[in-house]
Design a binder for this molecule. Structure first.
Ligand code: SF4
Length: 375
């Protein structure tokens, strides 16, 4: 393994050092862990384990930034950060009910890089590269492809399409990780989108605040600030990811006038309990991030070991609603197959009717009558 990386990881086990390299996002990207020999050395894998994992990464490669790697407790095989980024043998187990693209994004791709499913919004994918490949990713089908970044001529086609479709008022920029592009490239995309009069808002889907907070630097946020209104959605899944660095990254974005919302994914053995989800969402509010969605993990090939029953999500929402502030409770959603869209799910609070009253169940489980005026 890169000895400098080894030294910095050791340093990070103590209080993190102030290394200028460590704080440089390009250094973090350049030194992202992506080969099995380095991984085996860090986690002391046996030869047999390495052979098994080689089969996994032939299908689903891995990449872990030094920053995110340093969050792992390497003595704990069930560490929640580890489970999100290290390859696991279960990913290549056969499962007939799972698909590469269950949401049907490829069917709704109107031109390369643009998914147009809903009338007023489009999804623009800029690259298939990510600093960390999350094992539960909905787009893990992309990882096997050669690495790509949207070419200028493809972007021109995208701007033309959006200009011609006047109903599009919301553009969601995603990936892969859109913020791995240079600030100058991102600015050119924002400038072009802002030149289209009917585009009202631009959203960014990024996991950088969680896995590469160094990317949220002054240059990036002062550029983004010029193109507001922008909404940024990020993806924290566990309270351990809420660190001093991630808090600083979110604070920079918020200070630029860009709201930050979180879209967590419910993951078995990682955040599937009332206690952990409450701690995560309360931790997010403390750093100014609004818990927005809690997604049921999509039925994507290679994710069976991380998926929970839908009842688990309902149980978590029931255990949070009323016990902590409403701002803290995300909306639990299932993303329907083949473009059905998001379906919000919540525990049943309506018990029935009794005369002019509706019978409701309160958060403590008590049933009460509530007068229901006629229309
Ligand atoms: S950062 Fe997002 S797109 Fe990239 S691997 Fe993770 S979940 Fe998938």
């Amino acid at each position: 393994m890169n000895t400098k990386l080894q030294e910095l990881l050791l340093e990070y086990d103590e209080p993190p050092g102030n290394s200028s390299q460590w704080n440089d996002w390009r250094w973090q990207l350049k030194n992202a862990l992506s080969n099995i020999e380095d991984l085996a050395e860090i986690f002391s894998f046996s030869k047999e384990e390495v052979e098994g994992l080689k089969r996994v990464i032939a299908k689903y490669p891995f990449s872990i930034t030094p920053y995110y790697l340093a969050l792992i407790d390497r003595k704990d095989p069930r560490d929640p950060v580890r489970l999100q980024c290290l390859p696991f043998l279960e990913e290549v187990a056969q499962h007939s009910r799972l698909e590469d693209d269950p949401l049907g994004e490829e069917e709704d791709t109107v031109i390369p890089g643009l998914v147009h499913r809903y009338p007023d919004r489009v999804l623009l994918t800029l690259t298939n590269i990510c600093p960390v490949y999350c094992r539960h990713c909905t787009r893990k089908r992309e990882w096997r492809k050669t690495k790509w970044v949207r070419r200028p001529e493809e972007l021109e086609e995208i701007y033309r399409y959006i200009s011609l479709h006047k109903g599009i008022r919301d553009v969601i920029i995603s990936g892969g990780e859109p913020l791995i592009l240079s600030t100058a490239k991102i600015e050119s995309i924002f400038r072009n989108l802002r030149n289209i009069p009917h585009v009202e808002i631009i959203r960014i889907g990024t996991r950088c605040p969680v896995v590469l907070p160094q990317r949220i630097d002054e240059e990036l946020v002062s550029m983004l600030k010029k193109y507001r209104p922008i909404w940024l959605n990020t993806h924290f899944n566990h309270p351990r990811e809420v660190t001093k660095e991630s808090a600083e990254a979110c604070d920079k974005i918020l200070c630029a006038g860009i709201p930050v919302n979180n879209q967590a994914v419910l993951l078995k053995g990682i955040n599937d309990s009332v206690e952990i989800m409450t701690k995560l969402c309360q931790g997010l509010l403390k750093i100014g991030v609004r818990p927005y969605y809690l997604f049921q993990c999509d039925p994507v090939s290679g994710t069976a070991h991380l998926r929970t029953p839908i009842e688990k999500g309902l149980e978590i929402i029931k255990g949070m609603r009323g016990f902590t502030s409403g701002l803290c409770v995300p909306t639990f959603v299932v993303d329907g197959p083949k473009g059905q869209g998001k379906v919000p799910l919540q525990p049943d609070y309506i018990i029935g009717k009794e005369g002019e009253n509706i019978l409701l169940r309160g958060y403590k489980g008590e049933i009460f009558a509530y007068h229901n005026p006629e229309t």
